[in-house]
Write a protein that binds this ligand. Structure first.
Ligand code: G1P
Length: 271
């Protein structure tokens, strides 16, 4: 069973400056609620029982958001506002299942995940990258079913235009299982157009085995001097670990750039 999820949140969010000079990007509201809550709800709905948030000292605001119990209680007592009470209950529910871990120097997603090593108990766990919102269909839930069915690690993916492959991790298909699922032969982080093995881009949802930590520990810095999960995954694939790419059914929204963030708010409000 997949019971634990890791969400790395220590990134600086420079693409969303100047907003992110004050507010962590994951707390920026999308149609009235922080982007992070969409991802938390996806986890809870998929049956996740513990969520590990990786933050940095600069992003303590995220921890505070979930821990201001007394502040809320006082307001609710005074105002008796149903909406605030409902929000408070929701935040309390999140608080019960969240743990915080710190990554104080942003050295890449791989390095962030490694910080959660000691807390991971089960053989497999889920990772969600909060810049990638997937609405209208619970991608994590579907990936958990695929993991069970094929007894494999799983990465969410979508087909992208050839000119856009340089923005993503791209995988090579070994075998098409069906229209949505593909056995993976290898994966490469942000390849040049010429080196891209396909147009299948990895999107920020992964079901990975605990043994990825051994690879991450040894992992050398890759593209842009960062430690990437993609490179550690590639090492596992080379050792014949089974990975399935799952072209998800929901709608993808990119919340990591200003243009994407604005568009996401509009799309979600129209939902
Ligand atoms: C990360 C991964 C990349 C993946 C992408 C999905 O890149 O390194 O392989 O395709 O997330 O959003 P980042 O967005 O951190 O540059």
């Amino acid at each position: 069973m997949i019971k634990q999820a890791i969400i790395p949140l220590a990134g600086l969010g420079t693409r969303l400056l100047p907003l992110t000079s004050i507010i962590p990007k994951e707390l920026l509201p999308i149609n009235g609620k922080p982007g992070l809550e969409y991802v938390l709800d996806e986890c809870i709905d998929a049956g996740i029982k513990e969520i590990i948030l990786i933050i940095s000292k600069k992003k303590m605001m995220i921890k505070n958001y979930f821990q201001k119990d007394n502040f809320y209680k006082k307001i609710i007592k005074k105002k008796k506002d149903k909406r605030i009470l409902k929000e408070f209950k929701k935040i309390k529910k999140y608080k019960k299942i969240i743990k915080f871990v710190y990554q104080n120097s942003p050295s890449g997603t791989g390095d962030a995940i490694l910080k959660a090593k000691k807390l991971i108990k089960e053989k497999y766990f889920l990772i969600l990258l909060p810049d990638d919102l997937i609405i209208k269909n619970n991608c994590s839930k579907n990936m958990i079913s695929i993991h069970k069915k094929y007894n494999a690690s799983v990465m969410a993916s979508m087909n992208v235009k050839k000119k856009d492959v340089t923005r993503w991790g791209i995988y090579k298909v070994k075998k098409k299982i069906n229209d949505k699922n593909f056995l993976i032969e290898g994966v490469i982080e942000k390849p040049s157009i010429n080196k891209a093995p396909s147009n299948k881009a990895v999107i920020g949802r992964y079901i990975l085995p605990k043994k990825i930590f051994t690879k991450l520990k040894k992992q050398k810095k890759g593209k842009s001097g960062e430690i990437h999960i993609t490179d550690a995954i590639q090492s596992l694939i080379l050792e014949s670990n089974k990975f399935v790419g799952h072209n998800f059914a929901g709608k993808y929204l990119d919340c990591g750039t200003m243009k994407g963030y604005i568009r996401s708010s509009m799309k979600i409000s129209k939902k």
